[in-house]
Ligand binder design. Structure first.
Ligand code: CO8
Length: 254
Protein backbone atom coordinates (compact mmCIF):
# COMPACT_ATOMS: atom_id res chain seq x y z
CA UNK A 1 0.00 0.00 0.00
CA UNK A 2 1.23 3.43 -0.93
CA UNK A 3 -0.95 5.69 1.20
CA UNK A 4 -2.08 3.62 4.19
CA UNK A 5 -0.57 1.44 6.91
CA UNK A 6 -2.35 -1.56 8.36
CA UNK A 7 -1.91 -3.54 11.58
CA UNK A 8 -3.98 -6.32 13.07
CA UNK A 9 -3.29 -7.38 16.64
CA UNK A 10 -5.36 -8.67 19.57
CA UNK A 11 -8.47 -8.64 17.36
CA UNK A 12 -8.13 -4.87 16.77
CA UNK A 13 -7.48 -3.58 13.24
CA UNK A 14 -5.67 -0.26 12.84
CA UNK A 15 -5.60 1.75 9.61
CA UNK A 16 -3.24 4.74 9.46
CA UNK A 17 -3.46 7.41 6.80
CA UNK A 18 0.11 7.81 5.63
CA UNK A 19 0.84 10.99 3.64
CA UNK A 20 2.36 13.09 6.44
CA UNK A 21 4.21 15.32 3.94
CA UNK A 22 0.82 16.84 2.96
CA UNK A 23 -0.77 16.50 6.42
CA UNK A 24 -2.42 13.23 5.27
CA UNK A 25 -4.55 14.93 2.59
CA UNK A 26 -6.92 12.39 1.04
CA UNK A 27 -6.53 11.62 -2.65
CA UNK A 28 -8.26 9.13 -4.95
CA UNK A 29 -5.54 6.48 -4.66
CA UNK A 30 -5.68 6.67 -0.86
CA UNK A 31 -9.43 6.27 -0.72
CA UNK A 32 -9.28 3.29 -3.12
CA UNK A 33 -6.78 1.64 -0.79
CA UNK A 34 -9.08 2.41 2.14
CA UNK A 35 -11.94 0.75 0.30
CA UNK A 36 -10.06 -2.53 -0.13
CA UNK A 37 -8.63 -2.44 3.41
CA UNK A 38 -12.15 -2.14 4.82
CA UNK A 39 -13.02 -5.40 3.04
CA UNK A 40 -9.96 -6.98 4.61
CA UNK A 41 -10.99 -5.77 8.07
CA UNK A 42 -14.47 -7.26 7.62
CA UNK A 43 -12.82 -10.61 6.70
CA UNK A 44 -10.36 -10.73 9.63
CA UNK A 45 -11.05 -13.77 11.80
CA UNK A 46 -12.53 -12.65 15.12
CA UNK A 47 -12.09 -8.90 14.50
CA UNK A 48 -13.73 -6.84 17.25
CA UNK A 49 -12.88 -3.20 16.46
CA UNK A 50 -11.27 -0.89 13.91
CA UNK A 51 -9.25 2.22 14.74
CA UNK A 52 -8.59 4.80 12.01
CA UNK A 53 -5.78 7.30 12.67
CA UNK A 54 -3.20 9.43 10.90
CA UNK A 55 0.52 8.75 10.68
CA UNK A 56 2.54 11.55 12.30
CA UNK A 57 1.09 14.61 13.93
CA UNK A 58 -2.23 14.91 12.06
CA UNK A 59 -5.33 12.90 11.21
CA UNK A 60 -6.04 14.38 7.74
CA UNK A 61 -6.17 18.01 6.54
CA UNK A 62 -8.99 17.25 4.11
CA UNK A 63 -9.24 16.17 0.51
CA UNK A 64 -6.23 16.86 -1.68
CA UNK A 65 -6.73 20.41 -2.97
CA UNK A 66 -4.13 19.94 -5.72
CA UNK A 67 -6.16 17.02 -7.06
CA UNK A 68 -9.47 18.92 -6.89
CA UNK A 69 -8.56 22.25 -8.43
CA UNK A 70 -9.20 21.37 -12.10
CA UNK A 71 -12.14 19.04 -11.60
CA UNK A 72 -15.34 19.34 -13.61
CA UNK A 73 -18.72 18.82 -11.89
CA UNK A 74 -18.70 15.22 -13.21
CA UNK A 75 -15.22 14.60 -11.77
CA UNK A 76 -16.30 16.15 -8.45
CA UNK A 77 -19.31 13.85 -8.26
CA UNK A 78 -17.04 10.80 -8.57
CA UNK A 79 -14.49 12.18 -6.08
CA UNK A 80 -16.64 12.45 -2.96
CA UNK A 81 -15.90 8.97 -1.54
CA UNK A 82 -19.35 8.50 -0.04
CA UNK A 83 -19.40 4.77 -0.81
CA UNK A 84 -16.21 4.25 1.16
CA UNK A 85 -17.38 6.38 4.09
CA UNK A 86 -20.69 4.45 3.99
CA UNK A 87 -18.67 1.23 4.16
CA UNK A 88 -16.98 2.46 7.36
CA UNK A 89 -20.37 3.24 8.86
CA UNK A 90 -21.75 -0.18 7.91
CA UNK A 91 -18.84 -2.26 9.28
CA UNK A 92 -20.26 -4.74 11.81
CA UNK A 93 -17.68 -3.79 14.46
CA UNK A 94 -17.28 -0.47 16.32
CA UNK A 95 -15.00 1.99 14.54
CA UNK A 96 -12.93 4.57 16.45
CA UNK A 97 -11.36 7.65 14.86
CA UNK A 98 -8.21 8.48 16.84
CA UNK A 99 -7.44 12.11 16.05
CA UNK A 100 -4.23 14.06 16.61
CA UNK A 101 -3.67 17.48 15.08
CA UNK A 102 -5.74 18.50 12.08
CA UNK A 103 -8.92 16.71 10.98
CA UNK A 104 -10.37 19.05 8.37
CA UNK A 105 -12.88 18.84 5.53
CA UNK A 106 -13.01 15.30 4.15
CA UNK A 107 -10.77 14.23 7.06
CA UNK A 108 -13.32 15.33 9.66
CA UNK A 109 -16.09 13.85 7.49
CA UNK A 110 -14.28 10.51 7.63
CA UNK A 111 -14.39 10.63 11.44
CA UNK A 112 -18.14 11.37 11.29
CA UNK A 113 -18.67 7.98 9.60
CA UNK A 114 -17.00 6.30 12.62
CA UNK A 115 -18.90 5.23 15.74
CA UNK A 116 -16.58 7.13 18.09
CA UNK A 117 -14.10 9.99 17.99
CA UNK A 118 -11.18 10.07 20.44
CA UNK A 119 -9.29 13.38 20.22
CA UNK A 120 -5.92 14.28 21.66
CA UNK A 121 -5.77 17.66 23.41
CA UNK A 122 -3.97 19.09 20.35
CA UNK A 123 -6.75 18.15 17.90
CA UNK A 124 -7.92 20.95 15.59
CA UNK A 125 -11.00 20.16 13.57
CA UNK A 126 -13.28 21.91 11.14
CA UNK A 127 -15.07 22.00 7.82
CA UNK A 128 -13.26 24.88 6.06
CA UNK A 129 -14.61 24.11 2.55
CA UNK A 130 -16.43 27.46 2.14
CA UNK A 131 -13.02 29.14 2.34
CA UNK A 132 -12.14 27.24 -0.86
CA UNK A 133 -15.33 28.14 -2.70
CA UNK A 134 -16.95 24.75 -2.13
CA UNK A 135 -18.92 23.05 0.66
CA UNK A 136 -18.56 19.76 2.54
CA UNK A 137 -19.28 16.94 0.11
CA UNK A 138 -18.56 13.69 1.93
CA UNK A 139 -21.42 13.62 4.42
CA UNK A 140 -20.56 16.74 6.46
CA UNK A 141 -23.83 18.58 5.86
CA UNK A 142 -25.78 15.42 6.71
CA UNK A 143 -23.94 13.65 9.53
CA UNK A 144 -22.70 16.70 11.46
CA UNK A 145 -26.13 18.27 12.22
CA UNK A 146 -27.36 14.89 13.46
CA UNK A 147 -24.39 14.59 15.75
CA UNK A 148 -24.07 18.11 17.22
CA UNK A 149 -27.35 19.79 16.26
CA UNK A 150 -28.28 22.23 13.52
CA UNK A 151 -27.03 25.45 15.13
CA UNK A 152 -23.51 24.24 15.87
CA UNK A 153 -23.27 22.44 12.52
CA UNK A 154 -24.32 25.58 10.63
CA UNK A 155 -21.76 27.55 12.59
CA UNK A 156 -18.97 25.11 11.71
CA UNK A 157 -19.96 24.86 8.05
CA UNK A 158 -20.77 28.53 7.23
CA UNK A 159 -17.87 30.06 9.16
CA UNK A 160 -15.43 27.26 8.35
CA UNK A 161 -13.60 27.93 11.60
CA UNK A 162 -11.27 25.41 13.18
CA UNK A 163 -12.23 24.43 16.74
CA UNK A 164 -10.06 22.87 19.44
CA UNK A 165 -10.57 19.57 21.26
CA UNK A 166 -12.18 21.16 24.33
CA UNK A 167 -14.80 22.92 22.18
CA UNK A 168 -15.38 19.77 20.11
CA UNK A 169 -15.94 17.84 23.31
CA UNK A 170 -18.35 20.46 24.73
CA UNK A 171 -20.32 20.30 21.46
CA UNK A 172 -20.51 16.50 21.51
CA UNK A 173 -18.33 16.12 18.43
CA UNK A 174 -15.92 13.80 20.22
CA UNK A 175 -16.54 11.43 23.12
CA UNK A 176 -13.05 11.48 24.66
CA UNK A 177 -10.21 14.01 24.85
CA UNK A 178 -6.90 12.51 26.00
CA UNK A 179 -3.50 13.92 26.90
CA UNK A 180 -1.56 11.04 25.40
CA UNK A 181 -1.85 9.00 22.22
CA UNK A 182 -5.51 8.71 21.13
CA UNK A 183 -4.74 5.36 19.44
CA UNK A 184 -3.74 3.86 22.80
CA UNK A 185 -6.91 5.22 24.38
CA UNK A 186 -9.02 3.83 21.53
CA UNK A 187 -7.30 0.45 21.99
CA UNK A 188 -8.18 0.40 25.69
CA UNK A 189 -11.80 1.25 24.87
CA UNK A 190 -11.88 -1.50 22.24
CA UNK A 191 -10.48 -3.94 24.83
CA UNK A 192 -13.33 -3.07 27.21
CA UNK A 193 -15.85 -3.76 24.46
CA UNK A 194 -14.48 -7.30 24.16
CA UNK A 195 -16.37 -8.21 27.34
CA UNK A 196 -19.58 -7.30 25.57
CA UNK A 197 -21.44 -9.46 23.08
CA UNK A 198 -20.22 -8.84 19.52
CA UNK A 199 -23.60 -9.95 18.22
CA UNK A 200 -25.37 -7.49 20.52
CA UNK A 201 -23.12 -4.61 19.44
CA UNK A 202 -23.45 -5.48 15.75
CA UNK A 203 -27.24 -5.63 16.01
CA UNK A 204 -27.42 -2.36 17.98
CA UNK A 205 -25.21 -0.63 15.40
CA UNK A 206 -27.47 -1.84 12.61
CA UNK A 207 -30.59 -0.58 14.40
CA UNK A 208 -29.03 2.82 15.21
CA UNK A 209 -27.84 3.29 11.61
CA UNK A 210 -31.23 2.29 10.26
CA UNK A 211 -33.24 4.53 12.57
CA UNK A 212 -31.16 7.67 12.24
CA UNK A 213 -33.01 8.91 9.16
CA UNK A 214 -36.38 7.16 9.69
CA UNK A 215 -39.55 8.00 11.56
CA UNK A 216 -39.81 6.59 15.09
CA UNK A 217 -42.31 3.89 14.23
CA UNK A 218 -40.24 2.43 11.37
CA UNK A 219 -37.20 2.46 13.62
CA UNK A 220 -39.07 0.69 16.42
CA UNK A 221 -40.29 -2.03 14.03
CA UNK A 222 -36.75 -2.54 12.74
CA UNK A 223 -35.41 -2.65 16.31
CA UNK A 224 -37.86 -5.34 17.37
CA UNK A 225 -36.88 -7.51 14.41
CA UNK A 226 -33.16 -7.21 15.07
CA UNK A 227 -33.73 -7.72 18.82
CA UNK A 228 -35.76 -10.89 18.27
CA UNK A 229 -33.12 -12.29 15.87
CA UNK A 230 -30.59 -12.19 18.71
CA UNK A 231 -32.51 -14.99 20.42
CA UNK A 232 -31.12 -17.37 17.79
CA UNK A 233 -27.51 -16.62 18.86
CA UNK A 234 -25.13 -18.34 21.26
CA UNK A 235 -24.20 -14.92 22.68
CA UNK A 236 -27.74 -14.44 23.99
CA UNK A 237 -27.82 -17.90 25.60
CA UNK A 238 -24.35 -17.45 27.09
CA UNK A 239 -24.98 -13.90 28.37
CA UNK A 240 -28.15 -14.83 30.24
CA UNK A 241 -26.81 -18.18 31.48
CA UNK A 242 -23.67 -16.48 32.83
CA UNK A 243 -25.81 -13.92 34.67
CA UNK A 244 -27.89 -16.63 36.34
CA UNK A 245 -24.76 -18.66 37.19
CA UNK A 246 -23.14 -15.50 38.61
CA UNK A 247 -20.05 -15.66 36.37
CA UNK A 248 -18.54 -13.58 33.56
CA UNK A 249 -19.93 -14.43 30.11
CA UNK A 250 -17.67 -15.91 27.47
CA UNK A 251 -19.04 -14.42 24.25
CA UNK A 252 -18.02 -16.05 20.97
CA UNK A 253 -19.88 -13.76 18.57
CA UNK A 254 -21.87 -16.72 17.30
N1 CO8 B 1 -4.58 19.24 0.16
C1 CO8 B 1 -3.36 19.25 -0.40
N2 CO8 B 1 -2.24 19.61 0.26
C2 CO8 B 1 -2.38 19.99 1.55
C3 CO8 B 1 -3.63 20.01 2.19
C4 CO8 B 1 -4.77 19.60 1.44
N3 CO8 B 1 -5.99 19.55 1.98
N4 CO8 B 1 -3.45 20.44 3.45
C5 CO8 B 1 -2.13 20.67 3.58
N5 CO8 B 1 -1.48 20.40 2.45
C6 CO8 B 1 -0.05 20.51 2.17
C7 CO8 B 1 0.40 21.96 1.98
O1 CO8 B 1 0.15 22.38 0.65
C8 CO8 B 1 1.86 21.87 2.32
O2 CO8 B 1 2.56 21.33 1.21
P1 CO8 B 1 4.01 21.96 0.80
O3 CO8 B 1 4.90 21.65 1.97
O4 CO8 B 1 4.37 21.20 -0.43
O5 CO8 B 1 3.80 23.43 0.61
C9 CO8 B 1 1.91 20.82 3.42
O6 CO8 B 1 0.70 20.08 3.30
C10 CO8 B 1 1.97 21.42 4.80
O7 CO8 B 1 0.88 22.31 4.93
P2 CO8 B 1 1.02 23.84 5.40
O8 CO8 B 1 2.39 24.37 5.04
O9 CO8 B 1 -0.14 24.60 4.88
O10 CO8 B 1 0.95 23.64 6.99
P3 CO8 B 1 0.48 24.71 8.06
O11 CO8 B 1 0.82 24.10 9.38
O12 CO8 B 1 1.01 26.06 7.77
O13 CO8 B 1 -1.12 24.80 7.91
C11 CO8 B 1 -3.34 23.88 7.66
C12 CO8 B 1 -1.90 23.70 8.23
C13 CO8 B 1 -4.01 25.04 8.40
C14 CO8 B 1 -4.08 22.59 7.93
C15 CO8 B 1 -3.26 24.18 6.15
O14 CO8 B 1 -2.41 23.23 5.52
C16 CO8 B 1 -4.59 24.14 5.46
O15 CO8 B 1 -5.38 25.05 5.59
N6 CO8 B 1 -4.84 23.04 4.70
C17 CO8 B 1 -6.06 22.89 3.91
C18 CO8 B 1 -7.22 22.55 4.81
C19 CO8 B 1 -8.51 22.47 4.01
O16 CO8 B 1 -8.96 23.45 3.44
N7 CO8 B 1 -9.12 21.25 3.99
C20 CO8 B 1 -10.37 21.04 3.29
C21 CO8 B 1 -10.11 20.57 1.91
S1 CO8 B 1 -11.59 20.46 0.96
C22 CO8 B 1 -12.27 18.96 1.39
O17 CO8 B 1 -11.77 18.25 2.23
C23 CO8 B 1 -13.51 18.62 0.67
C24 CO8 B 1 -14.00 17.23 1.02
C25 CO8 B 1 -15.17 16.86 0.18
C26 CO8 B 1 -15.20 15.53 -0.46
C27 CO8 B 1 -13.97 14.72 -0.50
C28 CO8 B 1 -13.93 13.60 0.47
C29 CO8 B 1 -12.57 13.20 0.94
Amino acid sequence: MKYLKYEYEDRIAIIKINRPEVLNALNTGLVKELDSLLDRVADEEGVRALIIAGEGKNFAAGADIAEMIDMSPADARKFVFNDVYGKIEALPVPVFAAVRGFALGGGLELTLACDFRVFSTDAKVGLPEVKLGIMPGAGGTQRLPKLIGLGRAREMIYFGNIIDAATASAWGLCQWVVDGDPIEHAKSLAQKLMDRSPRGIEAAKKAINYGIDKDLNSGIIFEVNVWAELYSTSDQKEGMKAFLEKRKPNFTGK
